[in-house]
Design a protein around this ligand. Structure first.
Ligand SMILES: [Zn+2]
Ligand SMILES: [Zn+2]
Ligand SMILES: [Zn+2]
Length: 168
C-alpha cells in the first residue's frame, strides 16, 4: 500500500485550523460511537485542547487551560482523560517533550513517526508503512520484540526555514 506521504506533512501556518479541529472532533466522536466508548465532556474538552494547534501540549498546560475553562480540574481526572484518548489512538504522546499531540489518522492503530520543529514546536505526523515495515524487519532479524514503534525526529520545519532566510 502506498504510504500516506503524498500530502504535505506540514500545513501552512495560515491554514483554516477550525477545520482541523472540527474534523478531529468528528472523527473522535464516530470512533467512540463505533467502539461503544464514551466521549464525555471532559474527554472532548481535553481533546480540543490538545488539538488547539499542531504543537504538542504538556499535561500542565492542559490542566491550566481546563482550570480557566471549568474553574477546577483535578490532575488525576485529566490524566485519566489523556489515557482514554491515548488508548483510543486519538492523541499521541511525544516522549521527548513529555507532551501530547492530536493524531491525524486515528482510525487505525499505529506508532507513528513525528517530525518536530525545535524552533516553533509544530509537529507533523508521518504514518509511513514503509518505515514501520523496515523497523519490524530489522528488529525481527535481530531477534528483538518491538513494543512501541514511535519515532521522534527533531529539526526545522519549512516555515521556520523560510523565515530564517528572510531575516538574514
Ligand atoms: Zn490545523
Ligand atoms: Zn497518529
Ligand atoms: Zn517551525
Amino acid at each position: 500500500m502506498a504510504a500516506r506521504g503524498s500530502a504535505p506533512a506540514f500545513i501552512d501556518h495560515d491554514h483554516d485550523h477550525d477545520h482541523c479541529l472540527s474534523d478531529a472532533l468528528d472523527r473522535a466522536f464516530s470512533i467512540c460511537v463505533k467502539r461503544g466508548a464514551r466521549l464525555t465532556d471532559l474527554r472532548r474538552q481535553v481533546l480540543e485542547l490538545v488539538w488547539a494547534g499542531h504543537k504538542p501540549l504538556g499535561a500542565y498546560e492542559i490542566l491550566d487551560a481546563l482550570r480557566d475553562a471549568r474553574g477546577s480540574a483535578a490532575p488525576p481526572t485529566v490524566y485519566r482523560a489523556l489515557d482514554f484518548l491515548l488508548n483510543h489512538g486519538l492523541i499521541h504522546r511525544i516522549e521527548s517533550l513529555n507532551a501530547y499531540v492530536g493524531c491525524t489518522a486515528p482510525e487505525l492503530p499505529h506508532g507513528g513517526q513525528f517530525l518536530i520543529c525545535r524552533s516553533c514546536g509544530v509537529t507533523a505526523e508521518l504514518n509511513d508503512s514503509r518505515i514501520d515495515a523496515a523497523i519490524s524487519e530489522r528488529a525481527g532479524a535481530a531477534g528483538f520484540s518491538v513494543e512501541n514503534q514511535t519515532i521522534e525526529v527533531d529539526g526545522i520545519c519549512p516555515h521556520c526555514q523560510k523565515s530564517a532566510t528572510i531575516s538574514t
